[in-house]
Design a protein around this ligand. Structure first.
Ligand code: CO
Length: 468
């Protein structure tokens, strides 16, 4: 039997519709989906926490409780960004512990935990806490392409993840780069070396995901992630309907109720139009070019934006050639948040100044100092020599919450919401979040998945790519 985790209301809607799916549009179908036979439904975490408050004026904790109430047989699965939790920076251990406990209490059954750099140290507190409260834990191995990211490299990462006592290892291919034969080799290697069940999570981005699932299943993968077809393909996961047919005759999915799958798909087909305005060519199209230049689509648009700001779009070709150089010099980090922003911005700097690394952005210096974790490969000698030692940034902890903020909290979880997104949370608690009209599609499109980061004291907008 193959265990299927449905991603429709988390990863799929995040990947295709900018995380805008409202709780009220999920609830009516959950009872039916509960009877399909899915092992779990990924329904919380990733960017949904932020998006609930920022765009939907919804309390994410309330959403979690409502989902849990409707799923009696199907596990509630969440995606946790390791030390980043559901935010964009590292938090102190006490915050991580507190967050995991509260998530469990509010309904999460399965935690899937990853670190963008595959630094196992960044997973430890979350994994340990989730184990301690009695949750099921899947530890992630983030997949990317580079000269050092060999099959053996990923098996080695999996072995270190397995040492933390997890229930399964998940191969997380957020850019859709995993090739079928490689999937086969990695799944087989991980199973052999760790003895743990292996889960496959592929995005359809380059068109490989279904093929890689089939080969990975041949190699013994126990779990796959799929979405109902109206929310599948493109930047999302393969459709369960397709995989169901692809595996017909194997008996592997005989436990799923196809009739209910079709009913649920009809439901999502019916609400899909409301969210169409949040999709774009980049999310809908299958584009294998990422396999060639290895620069994710969203990072490309980010580079265009940055160059436009400097009135230097003509330098795009040089910047594109610079990205692999900077990535190599940083030890080949996967190009996902926050690394896609750091590598991209430094590449732009290198080209605009005309001299590589004559100006270093602060985030790159912090990365070189090890403040983001251990890089997958070696950082270049030049950068190691150039970057002066510096103190790690202080991590937010519960004690940092100002007294004035507490009076806005109605429940204990609100303190965590505040720590994760202080300004936004206060606006939310005070009822000051402005609901934007879904109909304003063009403006929405421009805003989708962009957020602001500080680069050397200057705020710039960047697009979150390969965000999970
Ligand atoms: Co994903």
């Amino acid at each position: 039997m193959l265990k299927v985790i449905d991603t429709t209301i988390r990863d799929a809607q995040q990947s295709l519709f900018a995380t805008r799916l409202k709780t009220n549009d999920m609830l009516p179908i959950l009872e039916k989906m509960d009877d399909i036979g899915f092992y779990g439904m990924e329904s919380w975490g990733g960017a949904t926490f932020d998006a609930c408050i920022r765009y939907l004026n919804e309390d994410p904790w309330e959403r979690l409780r409502k989902i849990k109430r409707n799923l009696k047989k199907t596990r509630v699965v969440m995606l946790l960004r390791g030390k980043n939790l559901v935010g964009y920076r590292h938090y102190s251990d006490s915050v991580v512990e507190n967050f995991v406990k509260r998530s469990y209490e509010n309904g999460v059954d399965v935690f899937r935990i990853f670190d963008a750099l595959n630094d196992v140290e960044n997973l430890k507190v979350a994994v340990k806490t989730a184990r301690a409260v009695g949750a099921e834990v899947h530890g992630d191995v983030v997949y990317t392409l580079s000269p050092i990211h060999t099959v053996d490299h990923f098996i080695d990462v999996a072995k270190r993840v397995a040492e933390m006592d997890v229930d399964a290892i998940r191969i997380k291919d957020m850019a859709g780069l995993l090739a079928p034969r490689v999937a086969y080799d990695i799944v087989r290697g991980i199973k052999k070396e760790t003895g743990l069940p292996v889960a496959l999570h592929c995005h359809y981005t380059c068109g490989l995901a279904s093929l890689s699932y089939i080969k990975g299943i041949d190699a013994g993968a126990e779990f796959i992630d799929t979405a109902l077809f109206p929310f599948a393909f493109g930047a999302s996961q393969p459709a369960i309907e397709t995989i169901y047919e692809a595996l017909r005759g194997t008996g592997l999915l005989a436990h799923l109720n196809l009739e209910l799958i079709n009913d649920a798909a009809d439901y999502f087909e019916g609400i899909r139009d409301r969210y169409k305005g949040y999709s774009s060519e980049a999310t809908e199209r299958i584009d294998p070019r990422a396999l060639r230049h290895q620069i994710p689509g969203g990072m490309l648009s980010n580079l265009v934006l940055q160059l436009k700001e400097y009135n230097a779009l003509s330098k795009m070709a040089s910047v594109l050639a610079e990205v692999p150089v900077v990535r190599r010099d940083l030890g080949y980090p996967p190009l996902v948040t926050p690394m896609s922003q750091i590598v991209g911005t430094q590449s732009v700097m290198n080209i605009l100044t005309g001299k590589r690394y004559s100006v270093l952005i602060k985030e790159l210096e912090n990365y070189v100092r090890g403040h983001y974790g251990k890089p997958p490969g070696q950082i270049s000698r030049e950068l190691l020599e150039k970057v002066q030692p510096g103190l790690p940034p202080t991590l937010p902890s519960m004690e940092d919450i100002p007294k004035a903020a507490w009076e806005h909290f109605k429940k204990d979880e609100d303190a965590l919401t505040y720590l994760l997104f202080p300004q936004l949370a206060l606006q939310f608690f005070k009822g000051e979040i402005k609901l934007t009209q879904i109909e304003e599609t063009e403006n929405r499109r421009k805003e989708v998945k962009w957020f602001r980061i500080k680069v050397n004291g200057e705020e710039i907008e960047v697009r979150i790519e390969g965000e999970e």
